[in-house]
Design a protein around this ligand. Structure first.
Ligand SMILES: Cc1ncc(COP(=O)(O)O)c(C=O)c1O
Length: 380
């Protein structure tokens, strides 16, 4: 058993106000109540407390129960799951969707379906931990390419094709990197994969609901289709659970062969119902993502005007890289004093020396939030 470091879990207990969706309440060190504005969670559209989601979850709770009670192939797959799968597949223009209880599990299942010990996996240097666990479990050979660097990726693809391997390589990326806020050029990446006969797995956990045409993510309507798209309901969809979208053939393979799918209790029906309600809201408010991106663009501009280096990317994740853990924690505490919640992200989640505040925008932030933020940042 390796040495275990003291827990970094914060002492502050946080919960969300019922009536002020963007406000959070916490209990400070001395036990007094403090109010924190949420600039930290992934509830980008503020849907986790939306009445439509609550009502849908409640209805499913009373009709289906709290849990699914069995794996999907036994009795766990209910009409609500089927409805969600079909609606998602239609929305994303995919042949098939399979639901999973979490994005972590979906990613594991996707990698294991696409790679084995004969496979070379070419993965972005900064991919999510769940994907790395999947690669390890598959036994594949892992090569990392520089973050979002398609020239570096092509070098690796060329090398692999020169080796005359009969096994197709697997390329893995995220479409919106959760700690960086950056995105690769997915269209170009998909064409490269096509050119070199590689499979492509894209984790769209942070972009679905926000990025791309009407929030359909960055893999929507690519000129070259990807092999598997992974998405989660725990972020912009305000619910929980996840899915893989792919061809009918791949979906059938996963259904037959994926232990992560076959041997795990199906997604809880209330979460599936809430995810479906979120999808309906996102479809009928198709400018939400664009508006959030516009606001994020404004924040980026104003942060750089205030002397901060401009956070990269286009989505609602704006990291302020500060360097040391101490600096990041100092800024976190400073923001907390000003009633703002942003979390210091430190190694091993991100590379050494790049500790940061991960600022996250959400749709329901009140006017004047940026001024509050910049005033709090100025005091250090
Ligand atoms: C990029 C990415 N993929 C997958 C996951 C896992 O998703 P879930 O929270 O549904 O397990 C996360 C969650 O942190 C994530 O950030």
């Amino acid at each position: 058993m390796p040495n275990i470091l003291p827990s970094r879990r914060r002492k502050l207990k946080i919960w969300i106000h019922g009536d002020e969706p963007a406000e959070m309440k916490g209990t400070g060190k001395l036990g007094q109540s403090i109010s924190l504005l949420d600039l930290a969670s992934n509830d980008y559209l503020g849907l986790s407390k939306h009445p439509n989601l609550i009502e849908a979850a409640q209805t499913a709770l009373y009709t289906n129960g709290v849990g699914a009670g069995a794996s999907p192939l036994v009795t766990g797959h209910r009409p609500i799951h089927k409805e969600l799968e079909e609606a998602l597949a239609h929305w994303l223009g995919k042949e098939s969707v399979l639901l999973f209880p979490s994005g972590f599990q979906a990613n594991l299942a996707a990698v294991i379906a696409l790679a084995d010990r004969h496979t070379t996996v070419l993965a972005d240097k900064l991919i999510h931990h769940s994907l790395l666990v999947g690669i390890k479990a598959s036994g594949a050979k892992l090569k990392r390419y520089a973050h979002n660097d398609l020239d570096d990726l092509e070098k690796h693809l060329k090398l692999h094709s020169n080796n005359k391997s009969t096994h197709r390589p697997l390329v893995i990326t995220e479409s919106l990197f959760s700690m960086e806020g950056t995105s690769p050029e997915i269209n170009k990446m998909a064409s490269l994969c096509d050119k070199y006969g590689a499979q492509l797995l894209v984790d769209e956990a942070h972009s679905l609901g926000i990025m791309g045409s009407q929030g359909r993510g960055l893999c929507y309507e690519l000129s070259t289709p990807i092999t598997i798209l992974s998405g989660t309901f725990g972020k912009a969809f305000g619910s929980g659970g996840a899915f893989l979208a792919c061809s009918n053939r791949m979906s059938e393979y996963l259904l037959q062969a994926s232990g992560g799918f076959r041997y795990s209790t199906a997604l809880a029906p209330p979460l599936a119902a809430a995810a479906l309600a979120a999808l309906k809201l996102i479809k009928s408010n198709c400018d939400w993502g664009q508006k959030l991106q516009k606001r994020a663009e404004d924040w980026r501009f104003r942060l750089s005007a205030e002397g901060w280096s401009r956070p990269p990317g286009k989505g609602p994740i704006l990291p302020l890289v500060l360097g040391t853990d101490q600096q990041a924690l100092l800024y976190q505490a400073q923001l907390e004093n000003a009633g703002l919640l942003s979390v210091a992200i430190r190694p091993p989640t991100i590379p050494e020396g790049t500790s940061r505040l991960r600022l996250v925008l959400r749709r329901d932030l009140p006017k004047g939030t940026f001024d509050r933020l910049i005033n709090a940042l100025k005091t250090l």
